[in-house]
Structure formats: structure tokens, C-alpha cells
Design a protein around this ligand. Sequence first.
Ligand code: ZN
Length: 181
Amino acid sequence: MLPVHRVRQVGNWANVSTPLGLLIARVGGCTVARGPRGLHLADGYRLRFPYAGAFAVGNVLLSRQEWSHHERTNPSLLQHEEAHTWQWAALGPLFLPAYAAAMGWSWLRTGDRASANWFEIRAGLDVGGYVRLPLRPLREGLADAVRVARAQLSRVSGRDRSRADGRNGPAAGSRGADAVA
Ligand SMILES: [Zn+2]
């Protein structure tokens, strides 16, 4: 391990992001193995949140599938997720609100959570399996946000009404989880 990787390893322990990642891996039912450069590779993540096929928390790279599968089919994915470990080292727990803000901004500007997300651009959109969508006017993004918020509100109030009537709310749609974060 190079000194720079040792610095990242110690930094992500000290800023508690790696302990948090190991805890999430445990709660998510993962099998964790030691990876290269001080990384931890967590296979078989089972929880529905976050909506991603793979993601990084501190030095822990979590995946729904086995990392050996990714090494065979998409070796660049590890490189993409490892880039996020440096972002964790730089920001510590502040990575989470910063990433959420970048994701919101990206959605407003492109309608996609990754296309204009600084963290994903730096980690590599292509290797992360993302496409780069063109920017849209901010006005258009804000109008879209209002539309989505109104739809969510009417869905929630509809669910409350059906609960009051003793009926079940609308079933949540099932979504795939092929995306990575
Ligand atoms: Zn990513």
C-alpha cells in the first residue's frame, strides 16, 4: 500500500466513515473482505436504500452483487467507487449532505441525479455507468420540481384518505437497482 493510501485509510477511520461503512455492510447483510489499497469489499448488500447497485462509504465499497462479478464484467466500477473513497477522505461525514446537494442540483439541471453531479463527474460518469445529459434551463428544472412535489403531496394525501377508509394505499412500484452511486 502506498503512503497516500495509508493516509486515506487512517483518514476515513478517523472521520468515522469507514466504521459507518462497515456498520452499513453488516446491517445490509454483506460479506466483507479486505480489498486492495486498504479498501473493504462488501458483497451482497440487501437493503433497498440507497437505490444503487454499488456505492462507497469511507473505505468500504458495497455492492449488491459480488465484487468478483464486477471484476469480470465491469472492472472500472471499482475504480469509480474508489474515487468516492477519496471524496469521503476529503469531506468526512460532510460527504453525505454535499453529495445530496450535488444530486439535487444535477436533477434540477438535467433531470438526472448523476449527469451534473460534481462527485459523479469526478469519479467518472462513464465508468460508473452514467450518461451525461445536456443541461436544461434552471427555470425548467424548478417547474419540474414543483410538479413532482405536487404529485407526491397528492399521493400522500390520497394514501391518508384510503387509510382512513380502511383500504390499502397504492402499492409502491418495484424498481430495479442496477444504478451505481
Ligand atoms: Zn458514483
